[in-house]
Design a protein around this ligand. Structure first.
Ligand SMILES: NC(=O)c1ccc[n+]([C@@H]2O[C@H](COP(=O)([O-])OP(=O)(O)OC[C@H]3O[C@@H](n4cnc5c(N)ncnc54)[C@H](OP(=O)(O)O)[C@@H]3O)[C@@H](O)[C@H]2O)c1
Length: 238
């Protein structure tokens, strides 16, 4: 089966890593279904480049159900699902506030759970071994002083990685990629300026291509499942 006949679903493709990797998937020949929450000029460019784009706010369960139906209407087979969508939300200062834990639970755990189960037949229909890839975070295992809800829900996603890998072998490989800082956002710049950001042995801000290299490695390797691959510049050494 050529790549042109293989479809990859990637969530959160409106910007940064999701956008970059959706373009890369198109470039190497996959058909791409890319989800976005907010339509931007970059989503328009992705659409013009050939991606099938679908709007979905993954915080809302009914929207996730609709997304599952729309993917099924578009294709009967999936080569891979890449769960990239994520909210980098700081914890609330209010002690009795459940946000952002609730909303991050929906995006980081509930949506992957529903999508992996709702679209499993499409993965099984792929002639090759299919893949599910969860984008998690270095902080999932380490924990975080100010992003505890983010870290906890990413840790939950890492646990789901191992469970789905058990459930779906040998037809589907299920792995997580756990990056440390890949591209800074404004909060990171402030932390770097205040010198509270830990600098990995390999230095700062490698850019999106290191994640694309890891995605390609996972997609092309038939013997990796149930793992979390750190892309962290050697943070485990510090
Ligand atoms: N960049 C890094 O250095 C880094 C480090 C560690 C881990 N990661 C992980 O790598 C992945 C990509 O990182 P990134 O920095 O490119 O992320 P990002 O800039 O925060 O973008 C996240 C994407 O998810 C979408 N999204 C957020 N909430 C959503 C919701 N409720 N429903 C649907 N889509 C939603 C965003 O859409 P909108 O544009 O509409 O908000 C955006 O397209 C994430 O899973 C992140 O946790 C990244």
């Amino acid at each position: 089966m050529s790549k042109q006949e293989q479809t990859v679903l990637i969530t959160g493709a409106s910007r940064r890593l999701g956008l970059f990797n959706a373009f890369k998937l198109l470039q190497v020949g996959y058909q791409v279904i890319a989800t976005y929450r907010t339509y931007t000029s970059d989503v328009a460019k992705l659409e013009a480049a050939g991606a099938h784009v679908l709007q979905c706010d993954l915080e809302i369960k009914e929207n996730t159900y609709r997304l599952i139906d729309e993917v099924k209407q578009f294709t009967s087979s999936l080569r891979a699902i890449i769960h990239n969508a994520s909210g980098w939300l700081a914890d609330s200062q209010h002690p009795l506030e459940a946000e952002p834990l609730e909303s991050l639970f929906h995006v980081h755990m509930e949506a992957p759970w529903l999508i992996n189960r709702g679209l499993c037949e499409l993965l099984w229909n792929c002639e090759e071994t299919a893949d599910i890839i969860h984008m998690t975070d270095y902080n999932a295992l380490r924990g975080s002083e100010h992003h505890a809800a983010y870290a906890a829900t990413k840790a939950g996603l890492e646990s789901l990685t191992r469970s789905f890998a058990r459930m779906y072998a040998p037809d589907v490989k299920v792995n997580a990629i756990a990056p440390y800082l890949i591209i800074m956002n404004e909060g990171d710049r402030r932390m770097a300026a205040e010198d509270t950001l830990r600098i990995p042995p390999m230095g700062l801000e490698p850019g999106e291509s290191v994640i694309w290299q890891t995605l390609e490695y996972v997609l092309n390797n038939p013997y990796i499942t149930g793992t979390t691959i750190p892309v962290d510049g050697g943070m485990s050494l510090s």
